[in-house]
Design a protein around this ligand. Structure first.
Ligand code: CP
Ligand code: NVA
Length: 307
């Protein structure tokens, strides 16, 4: 059975820990692992813009000894409606993994129906699990552990980062608080899945509207854009309801004195995060961006070992 990584809970807690341990090893010795020697192929497909995901996957595959074919989907026959199932069958004849940034999660699931290559979700409307692996690596580096930590996510609770932080966070044993305004709270089915996973790891998930309540005593504070890709013209006010959730120094004063601040980037400085916090002593956003490379190399290596 082909193992895919479509959402964070596709890895068990033990498997996620294996990937994160491998990511830490790879960071120490970036050119020592060559599982894609050949070169074996990896397809990297974008339906949406990207800087970090694009660079980190293309370079990561090269560092593993493989070759990444990186394309914008509209330049392929996907842009002329070749079916996802047929595309999955064809690409599986060329590559060992298909890394895909797309819109609805159901598109990834459709390609996974026929793909014998491992499909990796490089961001969908619902989840951003590669980002959260990098986030967990970053948190472990700065805090020395994951289980038992308290993480607060502020802002759009219905977006991919909120969902993946809940699922991936509790998988690592982290207590996850999400603070979001009414109308922007997480998908209840994903909250349920995260709570179920949390029973295995002694973690927890809380969804609240009060940002101070979420942040109080937090070891880790995370935010993300208030307008995700594809939501630019959804007709919703994506500024005013979110203003109380801005990660600024006043809000951070309620967190642990040793709090670290993460943002997957790109940041909208002055909206979800201030310059003072982004560039301040609690920010680990540049380590977080770097760790995309190491975490994804580890994920690809792990997936190919488990096909
Ligand atoms: N964080 C992240 O996925 O960045 P890109 O959109 O630049 O890939
Ligand atoms: N939530 C953001 C993440 C960008 C990396 C988006 O989907 O646009």
């Amino acid at each position: 059975m082909t193992r895919h990584f479509l959402r964070d809970d596709d890895l068990t807690p033990a498997e996620q820990a294996e990937v994160l341990a491998l990511a830490a090893d790879m960071k120490k010795a970036p050119f020592s692992h060559r599982p894609l020697e050949g070169p074996r192929g990896v397809a990297v497909i974008f339906d949406k813009n990207s800087t970090r995901t694009r660079f980190s996957f293309e370079l990561g595959v090269a560092q593993l000894g493989g070759h990444a074919v990186v394309v914008e989907s509209r330049s392929t026959q996907l842009g002329r409606d070749e079916t996802l199932q047929d595309t999955g069958r064809v690409l599986s004849r060329y590559v060992d993994a298909i890394v895909w940034r797309t819109f609805g999660q159901e598109r990834l699931e459709a390609m996974a129906e026929t793909s014998t290559a491992a499909i990796v979700n490089a961001l969908s409307d619902e989840f951003h699990p590669c980002q959260v692996l990098a986030d967990l690596q970053t948190i472990a580096e700065h805090k020395g552990k994951l289980a038992g930590l308290k993480l607060a996510y502020l802002g759009d609770g219905a977006n991919n980062m909120a969902h993946s932080l809940m699922l991936g966070g509790v998988t690592a044993g982290i207590h996850v608080n999400v603070a979001a305004p009414d109308g922007f709270t997480p998908d209840p089915e994903i909250v349920s899945a995260a709570r179920e996973r949390a029973t295995e790891t002694d973690a927890s998930v809380r969804v609240v509207t009060d940002p101070v309540d979420a942040v109080r005593g937090a070891d880790v504070v995370v935010t993300d854009t208030w307008t995700s890709m594809g939501q630019e013209a959804d007709g919703l006010d994506r500024i005013a309801p979110f203003l109380p959730y801005q990660v600024n120094s006043d809000l951070l004063a309620h967190a642990s004195p040793t709090v670290i601040v993460l943002h997957c980037l790109p940041a909208h400085r002055g909206e979800e995060i201030t310059d003072e916090v982004m560039d301040g002593k609690h920010s680990v956003v540049w380590d977080e961006a770097e760790n995309r490379l190491h975490a994804q190399k580890a994920l690809l290596t792990w997936l190919l070992e488990h096909q």
